[in-house]
Design a protein around this ligand. Structure first.
Ligand SMILES: Cc1cc2nc3c(=O)[nH]c(=O)nc-3n(C[C@H](O)[C@H](O)[C@H](O)COP(=O)(O)OP(=O)(O)OC[C@H]3O[C@@H](n4cnc5c(N)ncnc54)[C@H](O)[C@@H]3O)c2cc1C
Length: 377
């Protein structure tokens, strides 16, 4: 077993390719897009602003193994992401909800974490069994904060009411009783690859035993030329949607150019209104994302939609509170067990919402395991 096909040049595919190549395998990486780096792909716009083509990718983790592995291929620029939510009266409040959000929203003046916790408890609902995102939010921050900060956003983002969304989706955004306004308050490492993600990927894939072919779509006939395949394409698509389509949300990005004087001081502003857009990103506010030579900067505004309405660009697997989509995925996963020469990997191969550090960690572990199990074959 020596020749391996890797479908997808995102983080899952790149981690597999590099690890396999370093263990002596010959690896062919294909991607249907004309670029490497999957959804992390970034580029330098004419204005001198670095843009992430598929939305802002902020690197954050507490996993030292992942940091050590990536640090072989990049330097880092420290950056701890912050987000504000814009209310209907144009006030901008910290998100995740923290001490300052609670004070400004309710017009009160709590000064300690215990006072905030006590206040949140007093406005929260007693919910005996958490069945969905709405239950979890009502039980932790009460109805008023939920209905402003989460309900319209969730409807736009997922096209689902909060009561139909899995609690895990909103639990990703931690509620704070202190003044921390970091979007990822618990992660010990928060930084951006100094020369961008695309450069980082080109270094990961730069190995004598890795060959990359772009604008190349997977075809089952390719398997005849390889001993094994790690595949990050959507698992339902591979099986011709025989059990039905796995749903994904996608995003249309609207990129506009502005004078620096018009720009927000915040990298990301979330919209709490009922309109079609969820948030805006001002790229120049991320360190190393603007050379400052032109007075023009860029803003991306995000408009979520079904992936079928955006050229089949699958971004977020939908996690419903009734678990129906996970059950549908399970049928495909069982079908895939029967494939002798293929493992599905990554976000669309395994139908999971994975942050970058999670997909890297998973890919490094699973690839090492596969290598040790197959080293004699
Ligand atoms: C809008 C958005 C914002 C995000 N923000 C963050 C963030 O701030 N922090 C964070 O940690 N994570 C973030 N993520 C998650 C991050 O993008 C993923 O963790 C990561 O991209 C997963 O890597 P992957 O290799 O599984 O998938 P991808 O990056 O999607 O790579 C899969 C590749 O496979 C290719 N492919 C698919 N089908 C075929 C086929 N049939 N033939 C050939 N090639 C094919 C695709 O073209 C794609 O390039 C965000 C994701 C999105 C969508």
């Amino acid at each position: 077993m020596n020749k391996i096909l890797v479908v997808g040049a995102g983080f899952a595919g790149a981690c597999y390719a590099r690890t396999l190549a370093e263990h002596g395998y010959s690896v062919a990486v294909i991607d249907k897009r004309p670029h490497i780096a999957g959804n992390c792909y970034d580029y330098l716009h004419d204005t001198g602003v670095r843009v992430h083509a598929y939305g802002p990718h902020l690197f954050h983790t507490s996993n030292q193994r992942v940091v050590d592995w990536l640090s072989r291929f990049t330097d880092w620029t420290p950056y701890a992401h912050k987000v504000v939510a814009r209310l209907s009266d144009n006030r901008k409040l910290p998100l995740p909800v923290n001490l300052d959000t609670v004070n400004e929203f309710f017009g009160i003046n709590l000064e300690s974490e215990s006072a905030v916790r006590h206040h949140l408890k007093s406005i929260s609902e007693a919910i005996p069994r958490i069945r969905n995102a709405e239950d979890w939010l009502y039980a932790n921050i009460g109805k008023e904060l939920t209905n402003v900060f989460f309900r319209p956003y969730t409807k736009k983002m997922w096209d689902l009411d909060l009561s139909d969304v899995d609690a895990a989706v909103v639990q990703r955004i931690k509620i704070r009783a202190d003044r921390s306004n970091l979007y990822f308050p618990n992660d010990t490492f928060q930084a951006m690859p100094t020369n961008g993600y695309t450069t980082l990927f080109s270094k990961i894939l730069d190995h004598a035993r890795i060959e990359v072919s772009l604008s190349t779509e997977f075809d089952k006939k390719m398997l005849d030329h390889f001993d094994f395949c790690f595949n990050s394409m959507p698992i339902d698509e591979y099986f011709g949607f025989k059990f039905g389509r796995l749903p994904y949300r996608s995003i249309r990005f609207h990129l506009t150019q502005h004078c620096i004087e018009e720009a927000e001081p915040h990298t990301t502003v979330n919209y709490t209104d009922d309109g079609p857009f969820t948030r805006e990103t001002w790229w120049h506010n991320i360190p190393d994302h603007w050379d400052g030579k032109s007075a023009q900067v860029l803003r991306s505004v995000e408009e979520p939609c079904d992936y079928r309405d955006n050229d089949d660009e699958r971004y977020y697997p939908v996690k419903s509170s009734d678990g129906s989509y996970d059950r549908l995925y399970e049928k495909y996963r069982e079908e895939a067990i029967g494939l002798a020469k293929m493992n599905f990997i990554g976000r669309c191969g395994t139908y999971q919402y994975l942050d970058m550090h999670q997909v890297i960690n998973q890919s490094l572990s699973h690839c090492q395991k596969w290598i040790s199990e197959n080293s004699n074959s």
